[in-house]
Design a protein. Structure first.
Length: 508
């Protein structure tokens, strides 16, 4: 295939022009030629905007010469091959032409390499043009960067160029390129940036600078570039002012707070969360942190807004609350998860519902639980510790406290998890067996008595055997808590009347 070539020829000889064109066509070129003989015509064509591929000029013309043409060519700023042909000139002349900007020099009687020389220089010109296009594109991208970026001389910190965003923020008519970086950007600690430039790479985290008297904060990233024998640094100011204040606000939240992505990766954990969970880092899996044996996997991702989940973390009770949300452009839900320490609240609730000495439920809680569970049926047992007063009188109150604790611990170990066991007086106890008939309740009471007979109180060298009197009443359909307790109390009185250390079941 013929190679198209737009040729601007400076030549006054028809014969020489024909010879030259013949050599180029033999070399495979499809020529589009314009021929000139004067400086005026040459300058007009150079300035016409025609995309010439090559300029070939005779050295001597009657009113023009190659040196003159070369001077006009240099002034025009064109970057196309300029090749000089001549009949016979000295080597010094040829060297001078090359120094002045000519790309090649050929003798008219040796034009056999003309086509190869033209193809080589045209190819090189195209490569230079592509390089300039890439450089122009790079400059456009650099200037269009949304983050302020600036190129500085590492040795002097003088500004060479900057992105449009850098220019808008830090440059004006009185502050432009050629000024020092620290003249343009008012860093609170410029020595940090100086050290960064000295290293040539890295990041100065949370560098504070001032714009119009207002403090801003940026992560200043540095990249080194060697170019034309000098070393430059490309600095990017990644503004993190808003993120910093947002982080400070989150860190001020006293409750542990986690931001979890839709992929169950950690996006952020505040200081309280680090105190609770230990070392946290961006992108870590949160499942190992939040796993709770009593809850299903990924329980936090199923919490709805305002829903509360009681969990235990590092052996303390917390109420976890979730705020589901979606990032812009995401179809899946991420989560803000907060934890409220309820250990104090739980302890207050325990103190309000439990007996301080024995740790079992107190009278107030027992009455509430009995009223709630009685409609479902069950059996009530009232137990009195026999001969408790002599223990107090003879061995002291510490022995009495130990006896009550030992008794309650023995009973609690035998009862079912759902049975409600409470201390309702000094040495008086009650058990409600939800959903259990008399036979089942009696079986558990028998087991309690068997263990008590083998568990004497040991205190200060003294030994006292335990026994208890128990009244048992099975709930009727029309029973209220008061009527059920009355019948159980009557059965208890009967057990004491019969000699203590026994149980009596009230008649149905």
């Amino acid at each position: 295939m013929k190679k198209p070539l737009r040729l601007l020829l400076v030549e006054d000889s028809d014969l020489d022009a024909a010879h030259l064109l013949l050599e180029l066509r033999r070399g495979g070129f499809d020529l589009e030629m314009t021929r000139v003989e004067t400086a005026e015509d040459f300058e007009r064509e150079v300035r016409s905007g025609t995309p010439w591929d090559v300029i070939i000029s005779d050295y001597h013309l009657p009113r023009f010469s190659a040196p003159q043409a070369l001077e006009i060519y240099r002034w025009s700023g064109l970057d196309v091959p300029f090749i000089v042909v001549s009949g016979a000139v000295g080597e010094e002349t040829a060297v001078e032409m090359m120094r002045s900007g000519a790309h090649d020099y050929l003798l008219k009687h040796r034009l056999t390499r003309l086509a190869a020389a033209v193809e080589q220089h045209v190819q090189q010109a195209h490569e230079r043009a592509r390089g300039r296009q890439a450089e122009d594109l790079f400059q456009s991208v650099l200037r269009a960067s949304p983050m302020p970026g600036v190129i500085v001389d590492r040795a002097t910190a003088f500004v060479v160029d900057g992105s449009d965003s850098f220019r808008r923020e830090f440059m004006d008519a009185n502050r432009g390129a050629g000024r020092g970086l620290f003249d343009l950007v008012d860093f609170s600690h410029p020595e940090r940036i100086e050290q960064l430039l000295a290293r040539g790479s890295g990041t100065a985290w949370y560098a504070v600078y001032y714009v119009g008297g207002a403090a801003r904060m940026a992560n200043v990233r540095c990249y080194s570039v060697d170019h034309s024998g000098a070393t430059y640094a490309y600095l990017i100011l990644e503004d993190v002012t808003e993120q910093h204040y947002l982080k400070a606000a989150f860190d001020a939240v006293p409750e542990p707070l986690l931001i979890i992505s839709s992929q169950q990766k950690l996006l952020y954990g505040n200081r309280a969360a680090e105190e609770l969970f230990g070392n946290l880092y961006f992108g870590m899996e949160v499942a190992p942190l939040l796993r709770e044996e009593t809850l299903e996997d990924l329980w936090w991702s199923r919490l709805e807004r305002h829903q509360v989940q009681r969990v235990r973390m590092t052996n303390r009770p917390y109420e976890a609350k979730a705020v589901p949300f979606r990032f812009a452009g995401e179809s899946q839900t991420s989560t803000i998860l907060t934890f409220e320490d309820v250990a104090d609240e739980e302890e207050l609730r325990r103190l309000a519902t439990h007996d301080a000495l024995t740790g079992i439920f107190n009278l107030r809680h027992f009455e509430i639980a009995l009223a709630e569970q009685l409609p479902e049926g069950g059996t009530l047992a009232l137990l009195d510790l026999d001969h408790f007063k002599p223990i107090n009188d003879e061995l002291g109150h510490a022995a009495g406290d130990k006896a009550l604790s030992l008794f309650s611990g023995t009973v609690r170990a035998i009862l079912r998890p759902d049975d409600v066991f409470a201390r309702i007086g000094g040495d008086e106890f009650a058990v409600f067996f939800p959903g259990l008939a008399a036979d089942g309740a009696v079986g558990l009471i028998e087991a309690i008595y068997a263990v008590l007979s083998q568990s004497p109180l040991q205190f200060d060298g003294a030994t006292r055997l335990f026994s208890a009197s128990t009244g048992i009443a099975v709930a009727k359909n029309d029973d209220s808590p008061e009527t059920l307790k009355r019948r159980a109390d009557e059965a208890l009185y009967e057990a004491k009347r019969q000699g203590r250390g026994r149980w009596v079941v009230a008649e149905s």
